[in-house]
Write a protein that binds this ligand. Structure first.
Ligand code: SAH
Length: 281
C-alpha cells in the first residue's frame, strides 16, 4: 500500500483505508470538519454507543454497523471490532470508525489503530472534541482557569476489568492534581471520593457531575466530595457522565451560560472572591 497521506484540507478517503474519527460528545455541531468530510465519503461506518444520532444522518450513502460497548451490558468484543475493521478494509471499502469524543481518549482507538497497522491497513486519525473538556464547558466549568489550576488530570473510573482502576495512585492524584476530571466514574465514585478524602482532599471540595453533556438532556449537579455518591443517587443520574473535582466547579456560578441563555442570571459574578475584575492584574 503506497498511497501517500492525503492532503490536509479536504482529504479524500481511499478504498481500503480506515479512518478513526472522533464524533465529539454528542451535539452534532461539535463534530470536526474533517469528520464531516469523512462522513460524506464513507462506504461503511462502524460506530459506538456514544455517537450522537444526528451525526450518522449526514452519511445517508453509508452502511452502518453498530459496535457499541457500554459498561455492564453485553457488547461486541474489542478484538472482534478491530478485526471487523481489518475485514471491511480488505473488502476495499472506505471505512469510517466513528467513536464518541476523541478516539484516543479512553476510547480504545489506540488499540484499534494498532491492530489495523499490524494487519497492514492504512489509517488516518481524525481527533474529536473530548467529553472531559467539552462536557465541562457545556456545564459552564472551565477546565483551566488562571486563578484555579495550572494542570488537569484526566482519569478513568474503571479499568479493563470493570473495577476501579487499581493501577492508579489515588494518593498521588489527590496530592498532585488541582482539577480531576473522571470519565466512566459513576459506578465507583463513592470509592474514589473516599480515597481522595483519605489522601487529604477536603470533604467539602466542590464536584460537578454532568450527564449526557452537550445534548438536550444534559443535566448537571453540583455537590462535594463527601456527598457526591449520595447526591448522584438522589438525582437519579445515569451514565454517561463526566465528573469534575476541584475549585474550577465554583466558576459555574458565573459561567453557567446555558442557564443564562434561559434567562437565569449568574448566581455570583466573582465566585472566587478575587475582588477585582477577572482580567485585572
Ligand atoms: N472517547 C470519549 C470517551 C469514551 S469513554 C471522549 O473522548 O469523550 C466513555 C465515557 O466518556 C463515559 O462513561 C463518560 O464518562 C464520558 N462521556 C462521553 N460522552 C459523554 C457525554 N455526552 N456526557 C457526559 N459524559 C460523556
Amino acid at each position: 500500500m503506497t498511497d501517500p497521506l492525503p492532503p490536509h484540507d479536504w482529504p479524500q478517503m481511499h478504498p481500503g483505508w480506515v479512518w478513526l474519527c472522533g464524533a465529539g460528545p454528542g451535539d452534532p455541531g461539535l463534530m470536526t470538519l474533517h469528520g464531516l468530510n469523512a462522513l460524506r465519503q464513507a462506504d461503511v461506518i462502524v460506530y459506538d454507543a456514544l455517537v450522537g444520532d444526528g451525526i450518522l444522518d449526514w452519511a445517508p450513502q453509508a452502511e452502518r454497523e453498530y459496535a457499541g460497548k457500554r459498561g455492564g451490558k453485553p457488547s461486541a468484543k474489542q478484538r472482534d471490532i478491530s478485526l471487523r475493521l481489518v475485514d471491511l478494509a480488505r473488502q476495499g471499502k472506505r471505512v469510517l470508525r466513528l467513536k464518541g469524543g476523541d478516539p484516543f481518549v479512553f476510547g480504545r482507538g489506540g488499540e484499534e489503530a494498532q491492530t489495523l497497522v499490524q494487519h497492514g491497513i492504512p489509517i488516518r486519525i481524525v481527533p474529536g472534541i473530548t467529553a472531559g473538556i467539552a462536557g465541562l464547558a457545556y456545564a459552564g466549568v472551565p477546565v483551566t482557569h488562571r486563578d484555579v489550576n495550572q494542570s488537569v488530570t484526566f482519569v478513568t473510573g474503571h479499568d479493563a476489568t470493570g473495577n476501579a482502576p487499581t493501577a492508579l495512585d489515588w494518593t498521588g492524584i489527590a496530592r498532585g492534581s488541582q482539577v480531576i476530571v473522571i470519565y466512566m466514574g459513576m459506578k465507583h465514585i463513592g470509592q474514589i471520593a473516599t480515597q481522595l478524602i483519605a489522601a487529604g482532599r477536603a470533604p467539602t471540595e466542590p464536584v460537578a457531575v454532568t450527564t449526557t453533556a452537550t445534548l438536550a438532556e444534559q443535566q448537571t449537579i453540583e455537590t462535594t466530595l463527601a456527598t457526591v455518591e449520595a447526591d448522584i443517587a438522589k438525582a437519579e443520574l445515569t451514565p454517561p457522565a463526566i465528573i469534575c473535582i476541584g475549585q474550577a466547579v465554583t466558576l459555574r456560578q458565573v459561567l453557567d451560560w446555558q442557564a443564562m441563555a434561559r434567562g437565569i442570571p449568574a448566581r455570583k459574578l466573582d465566585p472566587l472572591d478575587r475582588g477585582r475584575p477577572a482580567e485585572a492584574g
